[in-house]
Ligand binder design. Structure first.
Ligand code: SF4
Ligand code: SF4
Length: 79
């Protein structure tokens, strides 16, 4: 299962990572005030969440052994 590693000391809770996730795989833990990967099966391992974090506070940890591989979102070739 893919995992989102969050440095809670660095995370400011801005939720930019939630906004950019195009499959809405990330949710925000209001108690801990940090994001978490709520739907790892939907994660496409694009690493955009990691790239946009202004605090460099998160890292996507892919589980290459799991059955949750990125899926082809479009089966038809666009011209
Ligand atoms: S973008 Fe970075 S600082 Fe903002 S909520 Fe996500 S992990 Fe925290
Ligand atoms: S790696 Fe991409 S798909 Fe996965 S949680 Fe981050 S933004 Fe969403």
């Amino acid at each position: 299962m893919h995992f989102l590693k969050v440095e809670s000391d660095s995370c400011t809770g801005c939720q930019t990572c939630l906004d950019v996730c195009f499959v809405n795989a990330i949710s925000f833990d209001e108690n801990e005030e940090i994001p978490f990967l709520a739907y790892p099966e939907d994660c496409q391992i694009c690493a955009v969440c990691e790239a946009v974090c202004p605090e460099n506070a998160l890292e996507i940890i892919p589980d290459w052994e799991s059955r949750y591989y990125p899926e082809i979102l479009s089966t038809g070739r666009r011209s």
